[in-house]
Design a binder for this molecule. Structure first.
Ligand code: TTP
Length: 249
């Protein structure tokens, strides 16, 4: 008896929300909270603030040279934990990824000698192990692209106690590193599609962006359910391709 070709099952699609400190990632992520097709995993900042009673975020900002390496190793571990958390939803949204931690924060710390060459090498060995050896997969990045000066004012407004030291210079440096990574595609072996959204806009517009993304995702599930075995492209790659895309409202 000849069996008919099986339809592919829908593997979970991982989407990470990226952008500078204060760019609006958390607010954007919150729009997806009550969608039954999407499970949202917020950034594990509470863990960074309380590792067995130690506030690593605070230690880091108080003495970056002493604590930068330990802090970033822990950030990497906590972000890895999230990508492995199971979900029954077809889409998983995570805020930040090991990629942004490495390509923006750690690169910046190394450039400024906050972490030394040996620490950088040890970190990079772990990063390579996590990103290549383990079956880690992110299917789409949504980049909330926000002017550093706007990020600066938002950070001042929210008044997170550990972040009083954050300067506009730091935000400019991190912005440039996000741009190199996600717009200029500096890391050539990084081929995850990037959807770029203008984070300078009001909440009303960001909500519209989120609705459009959810609509795309819903349609994408329907389309993917009808794909046969010989299509091996990830559904989100099919949707967004390899180039950046802006929604225009
Ligand atoms: P973000 O990850 O940028 O989160 P956020 O709350 O600022 O995001 P948004 O305002 O866009 O919703 O940074 C959280 C804090 O952690 C911030 O002080 C920067 C710090 N951090 C690092 O120092 N290194 C890292 O690798 C990451 C991911 C964050």
């Amino acid at each position: 008896m000849v069996s008919s070709p099986k339809k592919k099952s829908f593997s979970v699609q991982n989407i990470s929300i990226e952008g500078n400190i204060g760019s609006g990632k958390t607010s954007f992520t919150n729009y997806f909270l009550n969608n039954p097709n999407i499970q949202v995993f917020p950034e594990p900042i509470d863990k960074w603030r309380n590792l067995c009673g130690h506030n690593l975020l605070d230690l880091y900002y108080a003495d970056p040279v002493k604590w930068g390496f330990a802090f970033q190793m822990f950030v990497q571990k906590s972000l890895m934990d999230i990508i492995y958390k199971p979900t029954k939803c077809p889409y998983k949204i995570i805020e930040r990824s090991i990629y942004s931690a490495k390509y923006t924060f750690v690169e910046n710390m190394h450039n400024k000698k906050t972490i030394n060459d040996v620490e950088y090498l040890v970190y990079s060995e772990w990063f390579d192990f996590c990103s290549k050896v383990l079956p880690l997969k992110i299917d789409l990045i949504i980049y909330i692209r926000t002017d550093p000066i706007i990020c600066y004012h938002r950070i001042k407004e929210r008044g997170r106690i550990e972040e009083t030291m954050i300067s506009l210079d730091l935000l400019n440096e991190l912005h440039e590193l996000h741009e190199s990574w996600l717009i200029k595609k500096y890391f050539t072996d990084f081929d995850i599609p990037v959807l770029v959204l203008d984070g300078n806009q009001s909440n009303k517009f960001m909500e519209k962006h989120a609705s459009q993304v959810m609509k795309d995702m819903f349609e994408n599930i329907i389309i993917h359910k009808h794909l046969s075995n010989n299509c091996d492209r990830s559904p989100l790659k099919q949707l967004y391709g390899n180039c950046s895309k802006f929604y225009d409202f």
